[in-house]
Design a protein. Structure first.
Length: 316
């Protein structure tokens, strides 16, 4: 039986309309009637074309490229819904842009991830749902509740069904060990770590590999694949150390700059990603496998709407 709740409404900006429609279908509702367009001078125009008074609203909007436009769409949607007397507004941000600007690494650096949190709260959002923040402590940048959903269970289910022989999960850097261990435990595999030095942003240099990968099917996991330098260099290093084959996976396929060409030319057998960020046709090449996060986000929305525990989704 489809789920039908008159007070639960889904709205979407232009960032990932397909995901919003998939979530709405899972919930048994329709995406709310709203238009998000631009005036001739480039300013964003939002029109809410149905009553939202007293409703529990979920706005689906990853802040992916072009990040600034999509952030403004989200802020203006939330403001419009608040002014239209919505009871509660939850910003569902599958990919949280600016998450990598979460601390000062040099003098006079901004902390943009915190700035975005402040602006979103000021716009009228009552709650945030997001997936695989680059830094988990960003949850603390908000003064409203944040539900932080992991992408690992979706990826783990895919690889369990794939039935790889002798798998090993590899973290492409020391910071991703917790994520790699989570995946390894879910699929019953050991882990290894690539120890690398990054001389400047978007430039990675592989140093050495900690752990045994010889003769094994390697699954490299990260939260984001951006320019794909880390992943492709890591794959080459792993094969040089005797790995049988290399798979790469991540939650957020940013795939900017030379990423697609690098992945196409790389020895990586398959790149497994989710649809937190929509992939245009030019980025959806034959090595890419896209998994849907719609059922996970749909279940989280049901639980939030019904005041149930979201963490119970991930009890193992």
């Amino acid at each position: 039986m489809p789920i039908y709740r008159t007070k639960l409404k889904i709205f979407s900006g232009n960032a990932n309309r397909a995901l919003a429609e998939e979530i709405a279908e899972y919930l048994g509702v329709s995406v709310g009637a709203a238009s998000v367009s631009k005036f001739s001078d480039g300013e964003i125009q939002v029109k809410i074309n149905e009553s939202v008074r007293g409703a529990d609203i979920f706005v689906i909007q990853p802040t992916c490229y072009p990040a600034n436009d999509h952030i403004m769409e989200l802020l203006i949607l939330v403001d419009a819904l608040r002014r239209a007397s919505a009871k509660r507004i939850t910003a569902v941000i599958p990919y949280y842009g600016y998450a990598r600007q979460d601390r000062k690494t040099r003098a006079r650096d901004p902390i943009t991830a915190k700035l975005i949190a402040n602006i979103l709260t000021a716009s009228g959002a009552n709650r945030v749902v997001t997936m695989d923040l680059h830094a988990g402590q960003i949850q603390g940048f908000f003064d409203i509740p944040v539900d932080h959903l992991p992408g690992v269970p979706i990826i783990a289910e895919y690889f369990l069904n794939k039935g790889l022989e002798n798998p090993v999960v590899v973290s492409p850097d020391l910071g991703g060990v917790t994520r790699a261990r989570d995946l390894a435990e879910r699929i019953g595999a050991p882990i290894a770590i690539i120890d690398k030095r990054r001389p400047e942003p978007n430039v990675a240099e592989v140093m050495h590999i900690i752990g045994d990968v010889k003769g094994k099917s390697v699954i490299m996991i990260d939260d984001i694949i951006d320019t794909a330098g880390t992943i492709t260099m890591g794959a080459e290093a792993l094969l040089e150390r005797g790995a049988k084959e290399v798979y790469a996976c991540c939650t957020h396929p940013v795939l900017s700059g030379p990423a697609v060409e690098r992945l196409k030319k790389s020895p990586i057998k398959e790149v497994v990603v989710t649809n937190t960020i929509p992939l245009p046709p030019e980025k959806n090449f034959d090595k890419i496998k896209v998994l849907s996060v719609a059922p996970l986000l749909g279940e989280a929305i049901i639980r939030i709407h019904e005041d149930l525990s979201v963490s119970k989704l991930f009890d193992t």
